[in-house]
Design a protein around this ligand. Structure first.
Ligand code: SF4
Ligand code: SF4
Length: 312
């Protein structure tokens, strides 16, 4: 398949709908995790730990069998001046109306400027990338992983045999076999985001995009999303956010571009994303050709030796 061919057409769908995907604009993510919760609720994904890690405000840590959407919190000391606190009043707008509610100040607003620590907090709602060239799909021996008519990649746990070949094949570390809780029907089986295939079939948007209150997660036709993303990057650059960049949108990258792509505010590595992902099955045809050539050479040698022995 060429990088620019629609993946649904490439696997034989005749006249499929437009390729669907996610554009996740991390510049407006507020880290509310509504997407994680909506995903769990719709897809009946079990809870995966309710305790804080002790080194982050993120409790779900990363994508996995029981976290199909994960909001990464990048909490780092930053360079430069401590941020100014905005004034803690509403003097810029209409006069406030007293409703008898308890008053409160914004976090940090009472800390003197010289005591503030320069700090930055990036958030990114991560998900399966629904790759154009999906290595997980290439290696699945049972057909449990398949390409849908929307161009997305779905795993069916009633066909998965739990062999786990797909797990190391994914260049993003997305797919995983579920380990628990005991009694869950999917324990031992490969799990990941389905881009809510059942909802797409009913003309509904995926649960995470529907729940996101800031439109950080946008769902739609991939071509239209790419145009929207280009315009958003240009707008951010215009307001001085020079580090804004897209990740996964390029059909000429190592996985042929992804069906879920991102607007980031720093290098992909800062978010724990591989900077140059490559489909891990890329060299398989060449390896099989090499193995076939080696086998043919061995066979020819054995036949020649046998024939030579027979003449003596
Ligand atoms: S991100 Fe990983 S699990 Fe998702 S489609 Fe790509 S290879 Fe498969
Ligand atoms: S629902 Fe939207 S704003 Fe909330 S964490 Fe998810 S992506 Fe961010």
């Amino acid at each position: 398949m060429s990088n620019h061919q629609d993946p649904a057409t490439a696997v034989g769908y005749v006249d499929p709908p437009a390729r669907k995907g996610f554009f996740t604009d991390t510049s407006v993510c507020i880290g509310c995790k509504a997407c994680e919760v909506a995903c769990k609720e719709w897809n009946a994904v079990p809870e995966d730990g309710m305790t804080l890690t002790g080194h982050s405000y993120d409790n779900s840590v990363g994508l996995g069998a029981s976290t199909w959407r994960h909001v990464a919190f990048i909490e780092q000391p930053s360079e430069g001046k401590p941020p100014e606190s905005p004034p803690n009043d509403d003097s810029a707008g209409a006069p406030a109306v007293g409703l008898g509610m308890p008053a409160m100040t914004r976090p940090g607003a009472d800390t003197p400027a010289e005591e503030r620590t320069p700090f930055r907090w990036l958030m990114e709602s991560d998900v399966c990338k629904h790759c154009t060239h999906a290595a997980c799909l290439d290696v699945c021996p049972t057909g449990a992983l398949f390409r849908t008519e929307f161009g997305t990649v779905v795993v069916q746990d009633d066909i998965c045999n739990g062999c786990g070949y797909c797990v190391p094949a994914c260049p993003y570390g997305v797919i995983e076999r579920r380990e628990g809780p005991a009694g869950d029907d999917a324990v031992g089986l490969a799990q990941k985001c389905t881009l809510c295939y059942d909802r797409l079939k009913c003309d509904l948007e995926p649960a995470c995009a529907k729940a996101c209150p800031t439109q950080s997660i946008q769902f739609g036709d991939l071509d239209e999303l790419r145009e929207r993303a280009d315009a958003r990057v240009a707008a951010l650059h215009g307001t001085g956010v020079a580090d804004a960049r897209l990740y996964g949108h390029d059909p000429d990258d190592g996985v042929g571009g992804t069906g879920a792509f991102f607007l980031l505010l720093d290098e992909p590595e800062v978010y724990g994303l591989p900077p140059d992902p490559v489909v891990t099955t890329r060299d398989l045809p060449q390896m099989w050709r090499g193995a076939a050539l080696a086998a043919a050479t061995l066979l020819a040698g054995a036949v020649a030796a046998f024939a030579g022995g027979a003449r003596r």
